[in-house]
Design a protein around this ligand. Structure first.
Ligand code: FAD
Length: 309
């Protein structure tokens, strides 16, 4: 197993401990979470989105949270997503919304989760907006794709999209299945700790499959959101300009809030559309630890925060 994957596994296992979680959440944004999370309230997040829009960046807003314990928590999360769609509309922001199905009760009651998603995508359709369903760990890959398929049957493909992860062996097959629907896909490498019988343990293979998936989706004519900070991959995909039938490709680049801002600006300057995944809310712990697990250097931000600098 590569060093990067070992580091990810170690960090995700340490941060899973209650003690560590209690400490980090108590010392909150001071530990450096503010670098990756826009704000805790929707109101302050709107101001951050205005700043990003003024720089020329589009946004996808993510109300933080996952794997809720009750229907009430799922309903509360859905309510915030609806309020977020309304705020985007009221403030005329260039933004859409990303959601996690486990935050909307997928693991408690699938039917209820679909009901909530139906309301959310319905509201996005009314407002001319778009909902991206994030992809979570491999235990929910298949059900996430099925719910996506169901929602687009009901609301059309213009207002809902989903994510595929290049570290999973199954993803090439999934992409083909989704291409038949002309699916708007965000392509990512994958942020969870997955076993070698279902995910590539070697990062080079993850990167190779990423390029193959993105190139094929772009050339097929489907809308592709290239979500990575990997400069080499971005340079390679910039060369893909035409679909198999000779039309211009339809794509955008996506990056996480607070990461690779120089690369975001370069792409903007070259005329590409760039969207920043902007998380907000109080439940930032799991998101924050995944960002640390991806990159050892991010630990320095945490340590600096601990030292109060
Ligand atoms: P890497 O090979 O990990 O990194 C390439 C370079 O990018 C690094 O050398 C470094 O310079 C920079 N970089 C990468 N990560 C960081 C970081 N945390 N801090 C600072 N610099 C960094 N994953 C999912 O599983 N499901 C999702 O729905 C999902 N949605 C995402 C949406 C967006 C917009 C993005 C950008 C990522 C999303 N991810 C999601 C996370 C993704 O799977 C990867 O874990 C993450 O993007 C890091 O991989 P990378 O493509 O940037 O490449």
């Amino acid at each position: 197993m590569g060093r990067v994957l070992l580091f990810r596994k170690a960090i995700l296992s340490v941060t899973g401990s209650r003690l560590v979680k209690g400490f980090v959440t108590t010392y909150g944004m001071r530990l450096g979470a503010g670098r990756f999370v826009a704000a805790e309230s929707l109101e302050n997040t709107v101001d951050k989105v205005k700043e990003l829009n003024a720089r020329g960046l589009a946004v996808t807003l993510d109300y933080l949270g996952e794997s809720v314990d009750s229907r009430e928590m799922a309903a509360e999360a859905a309510e915030v997503v609806l309020q977020t769609l309304d705020a985007i509309h009221a403030h005329r922001l260039d933004a859409n919304v990303s959601v996690k199905l486990t935050q909307l009760g997928l693991l408690l009651d699938e039917g209820y989760c679909i009901e909530l998603m139906d309301r959310i995508v319905g509201r996005a359709r009314e407002l001319g907006n778009f909902i991206r369903i994030d992809m979570e760990d491999s235990s929910v890959t298949e059900v996430t794709l099925q719910i996506y398929e169901r929602l687009r049957e009901r609301h059309g493909g213009e207002h809902v999209g989903v994510v595929i992860q290049s570290y999973l062996y199954r993803t090439a097959r999934d992409r083909k299945r989704l291409e038949k629907l002309d699916a708007n896909l965000r392509i990512v490498k994958g942020a969870y700790s997955e076993p070698a019988d279902i995910a590539f343990p070697d990062k080079r293979q993850v990167d190779k499959q990423y390029i193959a998936l993105a190139e094929e989706h772009m050339r097929s004519g489907c809308y592709t959101a290239i979500a990575t900070h990997d400069r080499k991959i971005i340079e390679r995909l910039k060369k893909v300009k035409r679909t198999h039938s000779g039309k211009p490709v339809r794509c955008e680049y996506q990056m996480l809030y607070g990461i690779a801002e120089d690369l975001q600006d370069e792409l903007l300057k070259d005329g590409y559309k760039v969207r920043v995944y902007t998380p907000f809310g109080e439940q930032w712990y799991a998101y924050f630890t995944r960002r640390i697990a991806e990159r050892p250097a991010n630990l320095f931000f945490v340590m600096r925060g601990m030292l109060g600098r």
